[in-house]
Design a protein around this ligand. Structure first.
Ligand code: PLP
Length: 391
């Protein structure tokens, strides 16, 4: 009998694909040496935070002012919330007051506290396949049900499929652009179509369907592509973002939730309550103070673009079918074999790690993270070729 609750034991079973990749990676490194293994399985930003971040961190860490390490207002330091509110208002073109910002322990925390605040037992949250697998567990922990809706073959939103999936049970939909695992940035027309559909469906239901825009990759876009702002298009929108990727701070756990100003303050009180009582208490204090000063700085974006181009061009030249990613740091090619798990095993024989698309509810694909040094991509391309030619 498991020492775990049935709920959690069940989660571990269904999360086992990604876990398995992790274990396989460790096995390969032990057998062949770390340098010979090309690991594209983890979305762990490899670029260092910008120098502005390190300078500010040094300065604030030695600030002698008393009280800097105490508890604070659950939603965060007023000046950090104000800085986020200014930045969000500027880029969205909607005035978001600091009262509608909650500092969070990364986007993962932001999503969890929003879902906890919104969901009644059994209410549905729609997520779009290919999915970010963790959403299923965030929704599960919040007492909701997950409804997966497929996207178009080019990974754009399939509005018809979405319209069919919305029912009286639908409480919210999560979108993520730039998208993990495909790198897709939804075009403006798709966001227009989505928000129009949500308005119509909300009117039919007599209550708003909440649109949660999960945007931790928002500033990781290439070739001048822009992420269409959602707040001006749909009032019942809650933005969730973090500095994990654009400032390279994934381990420091700092992000935020910003709600449309039309929401009553009750929503923010509920989200703050969940932040506190789920045990986060407040977002890390030192990080709040640092990012308040440096949130416009960025990791070396051209380095990610270089990797994207190198990998995309290399794979398409070999013959892989890939939708060109416009942002984030992932590629999501079709696998030459229909069975993505078998093909990823084949790649493992070449000491290359990619995650089967089945783990993202999109079989027949594989996810490749290019948050790695370009040398690893160069080393891996001939191996991708061998596996493609002899699958
Ligand atoms: N949402 C998506 C789509 C992600 O890919 C990630 C992390 O990889 C997160 C949320 C969580 O981000 P954070 O590290 O800021 O919690």
């Amino acid at each position: 009998m498991s020492v775990l609750s049935d709920r959690i034991a069940g989660c571990l079973d269904s999360a086992s694909l990604v876990r398995k990749m992790f274990e396989e990676g460790a096995r390969l490194r032990a057998e062949f040496g770390a340098d010979d293994v090309c690991d594209f399985s983890l979305g762990n930003p490899h670029l260092e935070p910008p120098s502005e971040f390190k300078d500010q961190l040094r300065e604030l860490a030695t600030d002698p002012a008393p009280g800097a390490h105490r508890y604070m207002h659950t939603s965060g330091y007023p000046h950090a919330r104000e800085a986020v509110a200014c930045s969000v208002s500027q880029r969205e073109g909607v005035e978001v007051p600091s009262s509608h910002v909650v500092m969070a322990t990364g986007a993962a925390c932001g999503l969890n506290i929003v879902l906890h605040a919104l969901l009644n037992p059994g209410e549905e949250v729609i997520i779009l396949a290919p999915i970010f697998p963790e959403y299923r567990f965030y929704i599960f922990h919040s007492g909701g049900e997950c409804r997966i809706v497929p996207s178009k073959p080019d990974f754009d939103i399939d509005l018809e499929a979405l319209a069919e999936a919305i029912s009286e049970k639908t409480r919210a939909i999560i979108i993520n652009s730039p998208h993990n695992p495909t790198g897709r940035v939804y075009p403006e027309e798709s966001i227009d179509g989505l928000t129009k559909l949500l308005k119509e469906k909300s009117d039919e239901l007599g209550r708003p369907i909440v649109l949660i825009a999960d945007e931790p990759y928002r500033r990781l876009v290439y070739d001048g592509v822009e992420v269409a702002p959602v707040l001006p298009r749909y009032e019942s929108t809650i933005l969730v973002a973090s500095f994990s990727k654009d400032l390279g701070l994934a381990g420091e756990r700092i992000g935020y939730v910003a709600a449309h100003p039309s929401f009553p303050t009750e929503l923010i009180e509920g989200i703050s309550f969940c932040l506190r009582t789920l045990g986060f208490v407040n977002a890390p204090g030192l990080m709040q103070r640092v990012i308040a000063e440096v949130m416009d700085a960025s990791v070396d974006l051209p380095a990610y673009k270089h990797n994207r181009d190198l990998f995309y061009e290399g794979l398409t030249e070999i013959g892989y079918e890939v939708v060109k990613p416009e942002g984030a740091f992932y590629l999501f090619p079709k696998t030459p074999l229909e069975d993505d798990r078998v093909f990823c095993k084949r790649l493992m024989n070449e000491r290359v790690l990619a995650v089967p698309g089945s783990g993202f509810a999109a079989p027949g694909h594989m996810r490749i993270s290019y948050a790695v040094k370009p040398e690893v991509i160069e080393k891996a391309l001939p191996r991708f070729k061998t596996a493609f030619e002899n699958p």
